[in-house]
Design a protein around this ligand. Structure first.
Ligand SMILES: CC(C)[C@H](Cc1cn(Cc2ccc(C(=O)O)cc2)nn1)C(=O)N[C@@H](CCCCN)C(=O)O
Ligand SMILES: [Ca+2]
Ligand SMILES: [Zn+2]
Length: 303
């Protein structure tokens, strides 16, 4: 009876077939991916509708994770793998700590819980109530958003308050786009399953979802850590304008360099503009690309 890495399969939240990197031991298959050679592992667990973390490993008796309730587990595991691959293949980063840290996710957290979050040590996904959200790991851009919070903690450490907090949120949304560049929406695959065409947030049109896209409309509030999920619309719009003018390939290199080298815990929007311009200068000089980045931030009222 051998134990070791195996390849299983399952159906995700949207009933889509996915091949899975699993692990076999003592008659049980685990959502435990040891194939990321440079990394520790990617492991997926279930809270079994409770709130104690990290919960038990997601397991299956025959390596076929095909039951409806396993969809959230399948997608959390698969998408964590794709996000690991994005950061390693595109930016040479080996997991969120750049040192092969285990990427741990727990699904089926709480009852009908309409949210997902990084708790400082792992990702946590609710199942949604089936009306506002489907199980939240079903969206690749959501998984990328949460893992990027972990990357931010290990790089710029943007303080989760006011402008640095809105930048934290924006970076998580922007890398959600870089990982899943099919649209400029966030969470569309799991938000309001009975309604198509909507999303949680939009990088191209923050205002469509109640977010400002210009400094003139900055939302001063004490809630949500100073409106971090609202004011992120301003840097999100700047990112959209940047991507539209210089393309994704250059933009993601500029954003990763700014995040990993120049941004600090107390960086505000103006400091972000400077960090991105410095990164642009490092990589592409001070020609048209540089002017495009400067213009994007001017258009959202940040100089
Ligand atoms: C990533 C994204 C899918 C997720 C979306 C989200 C979910 N919620 C709660 C929520 C719940 C219900 C509705 C509704 O329309 O009825 C809208 C929002 N607010 N934001 C989100 O943005 N979560 C926060 C969780 C932050 C927790 C505090 N640090 C984050 O990761 O930044
Ligand atoms: Ca999306
Ligand atoms: Zn967030």
């Amino acid at each position: 009876v051998t134990e070791g890495a195996t390849t299983g399969y399952g159906y995700g939240v949207l009933d889509d077939y996915k091949s899975l990197n699993t692990y076999y031991a003592n008659g049980t298959y685990y959502l435990y991916d040891t194939t990321k050679s440079m990394s520790g592992v990617i492991e997926t667990r279930t809270a079994n509708y409770g709130s104690s973390l990290p919960g038990n490993y997601s397991v299956d008796s025959n390596n076929a994770f095909t039951s409806t309730s396993q969809g959230a587990d399948v997608d959390a595991h698969y998408y964590a793998g794709t996000v690991y691959d994005y950061y390693y293949n595109t930016h040479g980063r080996n997991s969120y700590d750049n040192n092969g840290a285990t990427i741990r996710s727990t699904v089926h957290y709480g009852s009908n819980y309409n949210n997902a979050f990084w708790n400082g040590a792992q990702m946590v996904y609710g199942d949604g109530d089936g009306s506002t959200f489907d199980p939240l790991s079903g969206a690749q851009d959501v998984v990328a958003h949460e893992i990027t919070h972990a990357v931010i903690e290990r790089t710029a450490g943007l303080r989760y308050q006011d402008q640095s907090g809105a930048l934290n949120e924006s970076m998580a949304d922007v890398f959600g786009y870089f990982v899943e560049p099919e649209d400029f929406l966030l969470g569309e695959d799991v938000y309001t399953p009975n309604k198509s065409g909507d999303a949680l947030r939009s990088l191209s049109n923050p205002d469509a979802y109640g977010q400002p896209s210009h400094m003139n409309d900055y939302y001063y509030t004490s809630s949500d850590n100073g409106g971090v999920h609202t004011n992120s619309g301003i840097p999100n719009k700047a990112a959209y304008l940047t991507i539209q003018s210089i393309g994704k390939t250059k933009a993601e290199k500029i954003y990763y360099r700014a995040l990993s080298i120049y941004l600090t815990p107390t960086s505000n929007f103006s400091a972000a503009r400077s960090a991105l311009l410095q990164a642009t200068s490092d990589l592409y000089g001070t020609g048209s690309t540089y002017n495009s980045v400067a213009s994007a931030w001017s258009q959202v009222g940040v100089n």
